[in-house]
Design a protein around this ligand. Structure first.
Ligand SMILES: [Zn+2]
Length: 290
């Protein structure tokens, strides 16, 4: 779904689900509201973030499906726990599309009124099709823009200007999308766990260059038992400057990167149902393992 559809679905969700409220984390570089949902009203607070990478838009569809299903499952039990009870004990903060400008490029290309249109098309090698664009509206890879091994990453990657992927930005938190999210995390010391959703690989990254929280391995194993996804260790440049790295290293919060589904990015929307089936229980039960 694109940003417009996300807003329409958000409005419908808020009307239909009394346990859910909807607002904005902040505004993207090009002025799009970044929708943020709150489901449940309990003391165990968790954060789920989708679509750092524009071409991984499927993670937004996945998180919206999770929220949409929450209402119909209210009277049911998952893993022996009543869903209604979960909503009493847990608050799920859900940001399905952290990067709405990048997603807009992927779906619709760069619009004529975009103030940096020519620069962005040049970053994309002159190509007006953006199906493989990962970055935000000005070519910064949001999942390398966190304040973690920033200078080391930039030096090692050698990517020092806007690009479809892997440019970390001029400085940590230079991008509004990341700055708003870091601000939210800093002001929510009660948050107990973070899931960062990406595609693909059916794996769970649970540490950051050897660092992790005391509970990280246990939780990763519980996630594996529910989903069949395997805990793995991120190697090299992919374990620098991401949300998971920053949460573990700077905030001491158990954080996990969930690589959803398998295949070649962008995964087709036809995989959504299967991926949701694999991950549904994990998404509901994750807070109970913290
Ligand atoms: Zn990704």
């Amino acid at each position: 779904m694109d940003h417009k559809e996300l807003l329409a679905r958000a409005e419908a969700l808020e009307k239909s689900l009394p346990d859910l409220s909807f607002g904005y984390l902040g505004t993207s570089l090009l002025g799009r509201g970044i929708p943020k949902f709150t489901l449940g009203h309990g003391k165990i607070e968790v954060l789920y973030v989708g679509t750092h990478h524009a071409l991984e838009w499927l993670t937004c569809d996945l998180l919206i499906k999770f929220l949409e299903e929450a209402g119909s499952l209210r009277e049911k039990r998952i893993g022996g726990i009543s869903v209604a009870e979960l909503f009493e004990c847990v608050t799920y903060h859900v940001i399905p599309m952290l990067n709405p400008d990048g997603v807009e490029y992927v779906y619709h290309g760069v619009s004529n009124d975009n103030p940096i249109k020519d620069r962005v098309i040049a970053m994309n090698g002159g190509n007006k099709t953006f199906s493989f664009w990962q970055a935000n509206g000005r070519g910064v890879d949001l999942n390398h823009n966190y304040n973690d091994a920033f200078a080391e990453y930039r030096a090692a990657s050698g990517i020092l200007s806007g690009a479809p992927t892997r440019f970390a930005g001029e400085e940590p938190e230079s991008e509004p999308e990341v700055a708003y999210l870091c601000g939210f995390l800093r002001h929510h010391p009660t948050l107990r766990g973070v899931l960062s959703l990406h595609t693909q690989g059916r794996v769970i990254y649970y540490q950051s260059r050897g660092a992790m929280c005391p509970s990280s391995i246990r939780i990763a194993k519980q996630m594996e038992a529910r989903s069949g996804y395997h805990p793995e260790i991120a190697e090299g440049l992919s374990s620098c400057g991401g949300l998971t790295d920053w949460c573990i290293r700077s905030l001491g919060i158990p954080a996990f990167t969930l690589e959803c589904g398998s295949g070649k990015n962008p995964l087709p929307i036809s995989q959504l149902k299967q991926i949701y089936t694999e991950l549904r229980d994990l998404l509901f039960l994750f807070p109970t393992w913290l």
